[in-house]
Design a protein around this ligand. Structure first.
Ligand SMILES: *[C@@H]1O[C@H](CO)[C@@H](O)[C@H](O)[C@H]1NC(C)=O
Ligand SMILES: *[C@@H]1O[C@H](CO)[C@@H](O)[C@H](O)[C@H]1NC(C)=O
Length: 534
């Protein structure tokens, strides 16, 4: 009897504990859940147009309600690009591709975090607008608002300056890069809506825009950068080539449609434009070459040229083998001029490609690199700072964002008001400098700017973390010290200053010595001048 009851007790205990353990295992890490949630909250803060009742950003209202009127089209909606009120198609499309790609690969991360609805809303707010921006086959709007007008304004969404002209590419004034990249955005989100979000109707709509735009990109002549047609975008978003976007668009269309013609087009353009031997460049809105290598590895595996190129690319950048990048003393990937502004953009984009590649090839060649970079972004750095707004006391407090700042004086962006009025949850800021230093100054846009394309890879990185590991906290969780104070370097290295001082002292001493030696000559010269004067 005793024996029976104790073994019963034991089995009940075992059942309870195993249930508890299971529950613990299934529970996603709350900090990563919050990061995913917040990073999409940031996109809500960027919304233009009529905001829905579900809008979570209290200080944002309807705006840009006349966009497109100048061309008698409806361009209301979409996203503001950065801390300003301009809308650009190229970086938006780039961002949508990265968000959709991360959503496709690590959808279970969104599911675990209960964020699937936000993923859908975030992408759809962009693609609904892209549909409006593509009112007919050979017409794509690429910009709304004028940089000269908009960049003279700093303030809330209630006084956005006008006029807000809209700019488009057409058959007579084409833009191969933006048409192909927007086709990629349509195709990638079509795949996501069809296969992960189970919305066949919307997926069909997106697919038909993707096919039509890709045809426009391929057939309009001459093939050229869109900024040749729309000079208003030139200073803001000029791509470096259109070849990689042509391949990228075709690969995404192959994935979305299953039509092998697109796979073959991609392969042909890849060869025609010699993409396997172009110089290694960092992937960003201006250049998707690195993303082409990884996506080609995923979709056209028997065509080993993609995988070879992807490996060479990641070895060069992530492992520093004869590549264009190095690492700061704090361990941050540093890619020359590319990193001088918005240093965390190359970091996140390369980390995303690295993790995608490892997932696709079931390898781990670049995982340590990528997870190390993500840890740096999330607080494992000399500033003890997670470069994500609103998640920790050391998070950036002064993102370069007009609406969030609460200020309205363009001549005093930094000081009026001294502290940001609204927390811009989830926004990734530009990032630290080469010495791993960060000053958190609103006017220092190289460090504190926020933008659609800075957050896009972050979504995928966090979704992956939730997909693969539910236990480890992000580094900032254990940081209790305030961010250390650092002062700006003068631009001159200390040793250089020392050398200059020593040289000056020697020159002065030398001159004095010379005068001493020649004192007689000088005295007689002065005497002779006096004599002449008399
Ligand atoms: C997501 O963010 C919103 C707004 O800050 C907040 O109300 C909500 O609780 C958050 N959800 C999660 C799961 O963190
Ligand atoms: C779509 O269907 C799949 C398979 O049935 C399911 O796992 C997934 O959760 C569904 N997606 C949504 C958004 O309901």
């Amino acid at each position: 009897m005793r024996k029976l009851s104790s073994s019963l007790l034991l089995s009940i205990l075992l059942a309870v504990t195993s249930k508890l353990v299971k529950k613990v295992e299934a529970e996603p890490n709350p900090h990563y859940v919050a990061l995913l949630n917040d990073s999409m909250w940031f996109y809500e803060a960027q919304r233009s147009g009529h905001l829905p009742s579900t809008n979570r950003v209290s200080w944002r209202g309807d705006s840009g309600l006349e966009d497109g009127n100048d061309n008698k089209v409806d361009l209301v909606g979409g996203y503001y690009d950065a801390g300003d009120y301009l809308k650009f198609t190229l970086p938006l499309s780039h961002s949508i591709v990265l968000m959709a790609w991360g959503g496709i690969e690590w959808f279970d991360g969104y599911q675990k975090a209960n964020q699937v609805n936000y993923l859908r809303d975030t992408i759809r707010w962009g693609t609904d607008w892209l549909i409006k921006a593509h009112p007919s086959d050979n017409e794509l709007y690429v910009q709304v608002g004028n940089g000269d007008v908009d960049n003279n304004y700093w303030g809330p969404d209630t006084n956005i300056p006008t006029p807000r002209p809209s700019y488009k590419i057409t058959a007579d004034a084409p833009g191969t890069d933006v048409a192909a990249l927007t086709a990629a955005a349509f195709a990638a989100s079509s795949y996501l809506f069809r296969n992960q979000l189970n919305d066949t109707n919307y997926a069909d709509t997106l697919q038909s825009h993707a096919e039509s735009l890709y045809k426009f990109a391929e057939t309009a002549t001459p093939m050229q950068l869109y900024t040749e047609s729309v000079s208003a975008s030139k200073e803001y978003y000029e791509a470096t080539a259109y070849s990689n976007q042509l391949v990228f668009g075709a690969l995404w269309l192959y994935r979305a449609t299953g039509n092998t013609e697109y796979r073959d087009k991609a392969s042909n353009y890849f060869d025609q434009f010699k993409l396997s031997s172009t110089p290694i460049t960092v992937m960003d809105w201006s250049d998707q070459t690195g993303a082409v290598y990884v996506l080609g590895t995923e979709l056209d595996g028997s065509n080993t040229k993609y995988k070879d190129a992807a490996k060479k690319y990641l070895d060069a950048i992530a492992l520093g083998k004869n590549g264009p990048c190095s690492f700061t003393s704090g361990g941050l990937l540093w890619c020359g001029d590319e990193s001088d502004v918005n240093s965390l953009v190359p970091v996140q984009n390369t980390a995303l490609l690295a993790l995608l590649y490892d997932k696709i090839t079931s390898g781990t060649d670049y995982t340590d690199f990528a997870t190390g970079q993500i840890k740096y972004v999330l607080g494992d750095n000399r500033m003890l700072t997670p470069y994500v707004c609103g998640v920790h006391m050391n998070s950036p407090h002064n993102p370069h964002h007009a609406g969030a700042s609460g200020g309205s004086d363009i001549n005093n962006i930094e000081t009026s008001p001294p502290e940001e009025k609204y927390l811009l949850y989830g926004a990734i800021v530009g990032g630290p400098d080469k010495d791993d230093k960060f000053y958190d100054e609103r006017n220092d846009w190289a460090q504190t700017e926020v933008a659609l394309d800075y957050n896009a890879p972050f979504l995928g990185l966090i979704a992956r973390q939730l997909s693969v590991d539910t236990t480890e906290d992000p580094p900032y969780v254990s940081i209790t010290e305030p961010r250390p104070h650092v002062s700006r370097s003068t631009g001159l290295e200390k040793w250089l200053i020392a050398v200059i001082v020593i040289v000056i002292v020697f020159v002065l001493a030398g001159l004095l010595y010379l005068c001493w030696c020649k004192r007689r000559a000088i005295a007689s010269w002065r005497a002779s001048r006096k004599a002449v004067a008399v």
